[in-house]
Write a protein that binds this ligand. Sequence first.
Ligand SMILES: *Cc1c(COP(=O)(O)O)cnc(C)c1O
Length: 361
Amino acid sequence: VGGVVVTGREADSRPALELARAAYRELSLYDPKLAPCRIDLSDNTNRFGVPPAAERVLREASSEAITRYPSVYSGSLKEALASYAGVSANQIVTGCGSDDVIDSAIRAFTEPGERLAFPAPTFAMVPYFARMNGLMPVSVPYADDGSLDVDGLIESEARVIYVCEPNNPTGTRAGRASIEALLARHSGLVILDEAYAEFDGDGFLARAPLHSRLIVTRTLSKAFGLAGLRIGYAAGPETLIREVEKSRGPFKVGTLAERAAVAALIESRDWVRAHVEQVVRNRARFIAALGPLGFSPLPSATNFVLVPVANATESAAAMRRAGVAVRAFPGLPRIGDALRITIGPWEMMQECLARMREAIA
Ligand SMILES: *Cc1c(COP(=O)(O)O)cnc(C)c1O
């Protein structure tokens, strides 16, 4: 009735890009350059293997787990995570990786045009999530002593402040005191990303619901070895968690992913703990071995180590040609060029040391 017939020529003359949301025009697709490599120490996943209970569940999958829809909001996974985290199930939201939980939380608590602040350097996905949601990313360098620049973060007038603790890609901690100071002063939401908390103490997870404006995110992609299943979660006060859940939407975690994760959380905690302990031992051994080769790695509270080098991009390319993938970070604020190296079984770390010696030292 009210339509106008558009000829093919007219339709074609309208640039396709104009159809997209304005904020997306300057966005490129995320490209972490993850080509396969013989030994991959580039993405901080668990290099020791799969939790046995998760593997068993996936092998025994029924056809009904494939043909039917998954649970709407991952109820049984929330129960298992709540018992792991020491909170109640209505204080937990899950998602397709913690990336999805962070993105959903940002969307739930901002309007396009507002600001999202974060200490720099930090998780590379965060400014990307900000732009995806039409927000202005504001980076605030860490203070000289490695703590948060709380004044700088507050003065950014951001609606949401993101902090990664321990931090990726540095592996270091800002410390409890500056995080408490930020929580006390920020009137908007704080997203505390604890993707690596298992590798150094217990973090804020269990106490997240006691704060009125805090959401703590975690993942099963790192210590739990389930990155391919894409499971992340957050804990916080029920009122905030409900809003994130609306933003996340229904049916986000697949049936097999949910079942495998529940099995791992209930039956494979000892497996996870044992490999975390092995990472912590290998981390100390790897850092100790780097000194005599002339490297000065940063201290690490995670399952990776950041090693400053003269030319990160070329060094990582040379190591990759020799069969070891590490992640290059050129030009980090206050640090300069550096390589981020995941800690795995000791044989992989020995091979990495040998390739570093040839490629860089
Ligand atoms: C790996 C990582 C995540 C986890 O991402 P998933 O989407 O859960 O796989 C989140 N935050 C940081 C800082 C990470 O390094």
